[in-house]
Design a protein around this ligand. Structure first.
Ligand SMILES: Cc1ncc(COP(=O)(O)O)c(C=O)c1O
Length: 361
């Protein structure tokens, strides 16, 4: 039977070349020059001063919060509709995530609802650009400025997306990326922190590698972790970074095709704010028949993924509150196969199966 995966990494000869060179030259640990090169190129591409690689996007978020000094007793504003790692990073610092709803039919945090959640314990605003759609950064930065709070951007799902021509990840004080295999560019596992503040980059760097100081061997001053990226991952990541525009274009082509072909009664798309350059991650539709559609597609060999369960519905964070937009999205959202490698024929097959489903309903 036909099998169309949700998302598979797009590995070209360039990635194979870089990784092979790393292995052949035994440049495999975090000490490899590939890591420094990946960080330097990443910082250049994003036009920032510092880039610190990590072993995952979750680690990047955790280290960014630690670098900002987030600790027990603090509160951090977080979207309730996001991937678990965003909220868990706050909890892992001993602080409390304070959840904010998203907008109607838009996965991102509702900027108008942030101010009402700020207390005297609030120490930061952590936002996530989800499914390749940028958050409304002007409003968010305005609120942050008014309350003198740093903004952390979670850019795991929006590599290369732009708001008013400015890249996501370059608005806040510090930003974090994930390079997990489903992401637009991947290093297998891995993450990156970017910032223009030397002090933040320095602390994140010390915390991610047991605060090892080559000038003072075995004198560790900060309680710290091993959250380093390996040379192999960096070699893979660097090749993907060099192909980033191509990878974004391919994903956007997939999403444009879906948008054109799925103008059906009963299907809605995420609403995208004005002046954005999206960088589609997983193309997602909203439908009341989500669960039945997902089952039907699976029976026909098409892998899909239901969207996030909001944080306030999960065991570690269970709470009541007005999060109606997130709750609505979480029962209607379903992501379709979105790999850059998805061929036109396969995408047409997915579309035809969705049309067949709606015709039989
Ligand atoms: C929005 C968001 N934040 C953080 C993460 C965590 O990244 P990682 O899986 O690399 O730890 C992910 C991805 O999985 C994500 O989608």
């Amino acid at each position: 039977m036909k099998r169309i995966p949700l998302c598979e990494p797009d590995i070209s000869a360039l990635e194979i070349n870089y990784v092979t060179r790393a292995v052949k030259n035994r440049e495999i640990s975090s000490g490899a020059s590939w890591v420094k090169k990946f960080e330097k190129t990443f910082a250049q591409k994003f036009g920032v001063k510092y880039a610190v690689s990590t072993n995952s996007g979750g680690s990047a978020l955790f280290l960014a919060l630690k670098a900002l000094g987030i600790k027990e007793g603090d509160e951090v504003i977080v979207p309730t509709f996001t991937m678990f790692a965003t909220a868990a990073a706050v909890t892992n610092c001993g602080a409390k995530p304070v959840f904010v709803d998203c907008k109607k039919n838009n996965p991102n945090i509702d900027p108008a609802k942030i101010a009402g959640k700020i207390t005297k314990r609030t120490k930061a605003i952590l936002i996530a650009h989800l499914y390749g759609i940028p958050c409304e950064m002007e409003e968010i930065m305005g609120t942050a400025k008014k309350h003198s709070l740093p903004v952390i951007e979670d850019v795991a799902e929006a590599h290369g997306a732009k708001m008013n021509g400015k890249l996501c990840g370059t608005f806040g004080k510090i930003s974090c990326f994930s390079f997990y295999a489903s992401k637009t560019m991947t290093s297998g596992e891995g993450g990156m922190i970017i910032t223009n503040e030397k002090k933040l980059a320095e602390i994140a760097n010390r915390l991610k590698q047991y605060d090892i100081n080559p000038k003072k061997p075995y004198i560790h001053e900060l309680v710290s972790w091993n959250m380093r990226m390996s040379g192999l991952e960096a070699a893979l990541g660097l090749a993907q970074l060099e192909r980033m525009l191509e990878l974004i274009e391919k994903r956007n082509r997939v999403s444009k095709n879906y948008e054109k072909s799925l103008k059906l009664k009963g299907i809605e798309f995420f609403q995208v704010p004005k002046n954005v350059g999206t960088s589609n991650w997983l193309f997602t539709i909203l439908t009341k028949k989500r669960d039945a559609l997902s089952e039907f597609l699976l029976k026909n060999g098409v892998e899909t993924k239901k969207v996030f369960v909001p944080m306030h519905k999960l065991k570690p964070y269970l709470q009541k509150g007005n999060f109606k937009n997130a709750e609505d999205l979480s029962v209607r959202g379903i992501s379709l196969p979105s790999a850059t490698l998805l061929g036109k024929k396969d995408q047409d097959y997915v579309v035809s199966k969705i049309k067949e489903f709606y015709a039989s309903e």
